[in-house]
Design a protein around this ligand. Structure first.
Ligand code: DX5
Ligand code: ZN
Length: 225
């Protein structure tokens, strides 16, 4: 059974106080911090890059979960590894060669993760599963925080979890986009175990209880098989 973890996305935080905002959720029980990097090319939005990540790295020893929504991830793996990434996620739909990019992430000492957009089927990542530590299933179109979770993603999550179990692999499944306690329960039941939450955590009056609510909902609804 995979442990459930909440990975708050700083995309929804007050960037004028990035350090305090990150510390607030990490002290509030988050084990991961989700960092959304967008290049205005792979997605129609620009967020932040490696120097912003390295500026908050000294704040905590939490797992830095870096989500690259960029067209040419292979060219930037070293930069993000040096900035302090622990997990580096890139998209199977990007222009970089998948095997080479996975190998580069591992060679830089980080955990490789591959992500699929809503229209991409689960089996797009099957050829790479044995080299991955996590698969990120997008539950919104990547590019913006604050969107609504897309219903109907659950069968894709289940197909992935079944394939991972069938092969006896140790691969986490992360869901990202519009996550709240209600759909965290549904995606957990479907087989997800890492829950990215931007708005639900940073816009909450009490981010620490928002994290506990998502975790509680996921823990109460383990993968049904
Ligand atoms: C979307 C990003 C998500 C997003 C999550 O492209 O990958 O990580 O910021 O934020 P919420 O939880 O607000 O949808
Ligand atoms: Zn993300």
């Amino acid at each position: 059974m995979h442990k459930n973890i909440v990975s708050p996305s700083v995309l929804a935080c007050d960037f004028s106080r990035l350090g305090e905002e990150a510390s607030k959720v990490l002290e509030g029980g988050a084990e991961y911090l989700h960092l959304d990097v967008m290049d205005g090319c792979f997605v129609p939005n620009i967020s932040f890059g490696a120097c912003v990540i390295s500026s908050i790295r000294p704040l905590s020893s939490a797992v830095f979960d870096v989500h690259l929504m960029i067209e040419n991830p292979l060219d930037y793996i070293e930069d993000f590894a040096k900035a302090g990434a622990d997990i580096i996620t890139f998209h199977v739909e990007s222009s970089s060669p998948v095997d080479e990019t996975i190998a580069k992430i591992a060679a830089c000492g980080c955990k490789p993760c591959l992500s699929i957009k809503p229209a991409t089927p689960a089996d797009a990542v099957f050829p790479y599963l044995d080299k991955l530590s996590m698969v990120l299933v997008m539950t919104v179109e990547p590019g913006f925080g604050g969107q609504k979770y897309m219903e109907g993603t659950e069968p894709k999550i289940t197909a992935l979890r079944r394939e991972i179990e069938k092969r006896g692999l140790d691969v986490d499944i992360e869901v990202d986009g519009g996550i709240n306690p209600l759909n965290a329960a549904r995606s957990s039941l479907a087989g997800a175990n890492i829950f990215v939450a931007g708005s639900a955590v940073f816009k909450a009056e009490n981010p620490s209880s928002a994290i506990s609510e998502i975790l509680g909902a996921a823990d109460a609804h383990p993968f049904a098989g």
